[in-house]
Design a protein. Sequence first.
Length: 316
Amino acid sequence: MTEPATEQPPEPFATGRLDVGDGHVLFHEQVGNPDGTPVVVLHGGPGSGCTPGLRRSFDLQRHRGVLFDQRAAGRSTPHASEPGVHWSSIDMDHHVRDIEQLREHLGIERWIVFGISWGSVLGATYAERHPDRVTAVVLAAVSTGTAHDIDWLTGHVGRFFPAQWRALRDHIPPARRGQRLVDAYNDLLMDPDPAVTAAAAAAWCRWEDAHAATTPGAAPNPRYDDERFRLGFARQVTHCWRHDSWLAEDEIVANADRLRGIPGWLIHGRLDVGSPIDGPWRLHQSWPGSELIIVEQEGHGGDTMSAHVRRVLADL
């Protein structure tokens, strides 16, 4: 969800760290105009952290972009690849509370919420729980975070990528194959043996790369070349998904009426097989005043989707 890498991202005008409790300290940075319209960025994953390319999303004269790495992700500490992470405090309630703590810490009364992929789940949930703090919502590569979505992505999508899914499943020891796939992988990723965790993280990230690369010309994600990133990312994703995003059944769609009166844009790729378009379509149907933008030629992200994000934000 970025512009071509040939354009250097802008430098932050401020950075900081925020202690949110439970041993977690969040890294945050700001770009653009300190007096501009505030926009908070919620990154994907869970556990990806913010990339420098996300700084290109803003009109630097118009916006005060706030980017932060969620608990145990990116430059926040401790990192999910490390021992001693307080995993029981990484859940939806804490993530939403962290956004509010950051808003108050920065002295912002209301802001635009911009979320990508997992960040769309977090962004929609935050907006539904704190609609008085949100001026607009922009979601890209949208998911509703349901158990059905998770089981689709970790199972049924294998019909599109049978060899890759078989490799994902076959990495699980036979004795664990009666478990839900995300439970089995999370157990492997938390194993005390580093060789077990490293192999499970590599297997998981090969699957992530396979199902996300449906935009024509998509290249493998270079972040998966980093062993520390692979382990932290895979632990975060499976920790979240084994708990069905810590949401009640279909919570985001069921509570969409709370967003009435808040402008919203759902930007999604027609070719996104991992997060099929019926998810954002259902949310759009339940969210009065929202707009669904379908990018016909892209999957889970791409240049056209990024251009739509920048266009929408530029008008806010």
